[in-house]
Write a protein that binds this ligand. Sequence first.
Ligand SMILES: Nc1nc2c(c(=O)[nH]1)N[C@H]1C(S)=C(S)[C@@H](COP(=O)(O)O)O[C@H]1N2
Ligand SMILES: [Mo]
Length: 253
Amino acid sequence: MNEEGRFTRRGVLAAGTGGLLVSACDRLNDSPAVRGLLEKADALHMPAQRLIAPQGALAREFTESQMSPVFRANGNTAPDDPAYRRHAGSGFAQWALRVDGLVRHPLALPLAALRAMPQRSQITRHDCVEGWSAIGKWQGPQLGAVLALAGLLPGARYAVFHCADRFGTAPYYESIDLIDAFHPQTILAWRMNDRPLPIAHGAPLRLRAEKQLGYKQAKFVMRIELTSTLAGLYGGKGGYWEDRSGYQWYAGI
Ligand SMILES: Nc1nc2c(c(=O)[nH]1)N[C@H]1C(S)=C(S)[C@@H](COP(=O)(O)O)O[C@H]1N2
Ligand SMILES: [Mo]
């Protein structure tokens, strides 16, 4: 149960695995027992979530005084892609977020355009399946507003986030459904803790989908593609960790 009395996947994980979850993603991925538990926990929990928690329910928000003094940077912290490095070198002044796929108007939105849109700011808790959490403040336009600018075509079902970084040759990517995409706390954050988003935390832009676990919070988002299906995209499971280690695609509370 979480603070609001809802049954959560991370509650199940914490109760079920104890100290195991302090290991790194790679070690987590190597353990069939943990992988099995992740799957079971989710199978148990996802129907419960859709039943118990109204779809629009908000993730808990915190006060300034509850913000973590240190917010760990995890996973990739500095993409080595040459185009990304060039953009980083000039403060992302020439960079633009691409929005394409099943949209009426493909977009290229510079940071200035994203900053000029109505902003949402939220202080939330980030929960990584490796067993750590941190409370931070995030600011940016709602993803729903960006998608409304692009205009969805009827077949659109998923928003896919293409990132600048890779593990080996595999690009990091993530995806969410349109319920999460239009959730009020799903934003494209370019600010963190009242400063421009640091590179280690995903500059110039990252996803904050506050009802989801850490690995869904795509950093270094270069392109958002609207698709009708996740099949045929990389490993077909909707995200880097989903493809590689069997993490569940639906990782929501
Ligand atoms: N592009 C990209 N996004 C990513 C990752 C990554 O390695 N690359 N790691 C994920 C994981 S597992 C976590 S816990 C968070 C870490 O975010 P942070 O570095 O701001 O703490 O980013 C997620 N998004
Ligand atoms: Mo994570």
